[in-house]
Design a protein around this ligand. Structure first.
Ligand SMILES: NC(=O)c1ccc[n+]([C@@H]2O[C@H](COP(=O)([O-])OP(=O)(O)OC[C@H]3O[C@@H](n4cnc5c(N)ncnc54)[C@H](OP(=O)(O)O)[C@@H]3O)[C@@H](O)[C@H]2O)c1
Length: 328
């Protein structure tokens, strides 16, 4: 085989374009690896990149795709040999280096992780950046002494990839979970993955400077006034992790909940998570944090040629769960 297919996002004089193209194979650079991609996924950031809603690529043109799992074909690194099953999430994929929405990809060996025991090429991508991020968020909450006895955890953007996997992991760990969604029709889905309670955000919730204590902690995927509401409704010493800004990147809040209740606001950057600590999180995802409802959350498996169509669905906020892209 001389060439392979991939998506390509490009900007020409600020005009966005996305194409399915064919690329020729090339030499593998030192400390790099050629991976035959089996699965990738569509994250919110990938959908923004593919539709051009936000400029995610930091080069004039690049293959999108934060995530990939596959098999090493050629290794020019001591870390991997031909046949190793590997995965990668974030770490510049689809932003500064060609990403996973490709039949083959050349990547630095440092960003690859061997597929942990208990997981496989498919399940790692059903988890993907969404699950990796959820696990980092939960890890941070636990390091900050969050425990199930304190009370329920609220999760916003609940039907999305990060939201759904967070709900499932927390439920499995004995936490009571409250899902915030705009999709009231998704109640059965949310219950089936572990949501104990499902609510719809209402801006009337946000009239006071401090609300009654309703949540022991939170995982927020949407930002803006929903995050403000979570902050002012969280109980003593609760931990809230801010992950996404699907609604708004701005946060207009007050210091009162932090000062009077000792609430903690934590952040996660999964893309920039240190490469040497990734294996630790993936091992946890294969054991104590292992999601058990991936067959429901990540059941939608599509072909590369349909990635553009499904990206439009994601940016419109209509998708439920996580979309997997199968290369062969
Ligand atoms: N910090 C990090 O390292 C990191 C890593 C991964 C993702 N993220 C970010 O986290 C967020 C979630 O990622 P994801 O992969 O789970 O995305 P996703 O699967 O597309 O889910 C996003 C969810 O947010 C809600 N939503 C969408 N548009 C909205 C709007 N305009 N207003 C309010 N809610 C809206 C929807 O949930 P409901 O309809 O159920 O409300 C949607 O399902 C994104 O902003 C993403 O960029 C950050």
């Amino acid at each position: 085989m001389k060439n392979y297919n991939c998506l390509l996002v490009s900007y020409n004089e600020k005009v966005h374009k996305v194409d399915l193209i064919t690329r020729n194979f090339k030499e593998v650079k030192k400390n790099h690896v050629l991976v035959k991609v089996k699965y990738s996924g569509l994250n919110y950031k990938d959908a923004l990149s593919i539709t051009g809603k936000s400029k995610i690529i930091r080069k004039p043109s690049l293959t999108p795709g934060l995530d990939l799992s596959g098999v090493v074909q050629i290794s020019n690194s001591k870390k991997f040999i031909k046949g190793d099953k590997v995965l990668a999430t974030g770490a510049g994929l689809g932003e500064i280096i060609n990403g996973g929405l490709s039949e083959y990809v050349y990547v630095p060996a440092d960003i690859l992780t061997k597929i942990p025991t208990n997981l496989n090429l498919l399940s790692t991508m059903q988890i993907g950046t969404a699950g990796f991020t959820a696990a980092i968020a939960i890890e941070k909450m636990l390091l900050n002494k969050q425990n199930a006895k304190q009370g329920p955890i609220i999760i916003s953007g609940a039907t999305g990839g990060v939201g759904s996997i967070s709900i499932n992991i927390l439920k499995n760990m004995g936490y009571k979970t409250i899902a915030v969604t705009r999709k009231t029709s998704s109640k059965n889905y949310l219950k089936s993955i572990g949501a104990d309670e499902i609510i719809k955000y209402n801006s009337n919730f946000n009239e006071k400077i401090l609300n009654k204590e309703m949540f022991a902690g939170g995982i927020d995927n949407v930002g803006g006034e929903v995050l403000d509401w979570i902050i002012k409704s969280t109980s003593q010493n609760g931990n809230i992790v801010t992950i996404g800004m699907a609604m708004d990147s701005k946060l207009n809040t007050s210091v009162i909940p932090f000062i009077l209740r000792g609430v903690n606001l934590l952040g996660v950057s999964s893309t920039n998570y240190p490469n040497d600590k990734r294996i630790y999180i993936w091992k946890k995802l294969s054991k104590i944090y292992k999601p058990t409802k991936l067959n429901i959350i990540s059941s939608n498996i599509i072909e590369l040629k349909n990635a553009i169509k499904f990206s439009k669905k994601i940016v419109s906020g209509k998708n439920i769960g996580r979309i997997i892209v199968k290369m062969y």
